[in-house]
Ligand binder design. Structure first.
Ligand code: ATP
Ligand code: MG
Length: 251
């Protein structure tokens, strides 16, 4: 289980996360939505200490820490239990698809190279890129690069995969293949916390949708409830705007 309690993050005088409480069961798929600048990325980044939170308690499996007292070992443990998929893939340009997937296993998990490469080949099969093992990122399409980014997260065998707008820098033609891979992972009950503007994905795949605004969780619930009968006027207002821009999912 993953649990954050009263998570607070400030940048200077600005409170970006204003007491976030969130629990995620193993196998749950959570989608986080909300206006720009609301703290969605910061929430994901605080969960693996890419940002140091100012207050709160974080539970990730058997790790349970007051974030202000987290030691280096706690931070490493949090990073092992979370895997990140970035909007811009963040692949190593000078490493092949196979090496990108194997890298964390070698560096973080201290696996011997041969074992890590064998696992990376299995992952490449699962993400449909077995024939691209030796390709460098520059020779892959955006969709293929993001599938490698997801493959790297799969290899980590983390408690949860954190996705920060995984399709929003892709050309439209590559979005579907990335969403399809994410749907497969969801069907395998990989625990996922996904920030996305893809309302169709949220509606079809999420167990729970969380609406954030101003550094707080305003409302959360199953997609049928949140989309069809939002309780808070801020949720209704946000959904009206995004669904007007994505009419295919507004019915
Ligand atoms: N490193 C930083 N230093 C200062 N301010 C920051 C930093 N990172 C984020 N912020 C501010 O924190 C707020 C929340 O940012 P965040 O990136 O978490 O929002 P978001 O909900 O992910 O937005 P978007 O939908 O545009 O990605 C914004 O006002 C942003 O300017
Ligand atoms: Mg963001």
């Amino acid at each position: 289980m993953i649990k954050v309690a009263n998570l607070v993050k400030r940048f200077g005088d600005t409170t970006v996360l204003d007491g976030i409480d969130l629990e995620i069961e193993q196998g749950e798929i959570i989608v986080v939505i909300g206006p720009s600048g609301t703290g969605k990325s910061t929430l994901l980044r605080c969960l693996n200490f890419l940002e140091r939170p100012d207050a709160g308690r974080l539970t990730l499996g058997d790790l349970d820490v007051d974030v202000t007292r987290a030691t280096k070992a706690d931070i490493l443990a949090a990073r092992r239990r979370t895997a990140f998929v970035f909007q811009n893939y963040a692949l190593f340009a000078n490493k092949t698809a196979l090496e990108n997937i194997a890298e964390g296993l070698i560096v973080v998990n201290r696996w011997p190279k041969a074992k890590a490469h064998a696992r990376a080949r299995e992952i490449l099969e699962r993400i449909g890129l077995a024939d691209k093992a030796d390709a460098y990122p520059a020779s892959l399409s955006g969709g293929q690069q993001q599938r490698v980014g997801i493959g790297r997260a799969m290899a980590a065998q983390a408690e949860v995969i954190l996705f920060d707008e995984p399709t929003s820098s892709l050309d439209p033609e590559w979005v579907e293949e990335v969403l399809a891979l994410m749907k497969r992972l969801a069907a395998e009950r990989q625990t996922m916390l996904v920030v996305t503007h893809e309302m169709g994905f949220a509606r079809d795949v999420a167990d729970r949708v969380v609406f954030m605004e101003g550094g707080r969780i305003v409302e959360q619930g199953p997609p049928s409830q949140l989309f069809n009968a939002p309780r808070d006027p801020r949720t209704r207002d946000f959904l009206r705007k995004v669904l007007a821009a994505q009419p295919a999912v507004s019915t």
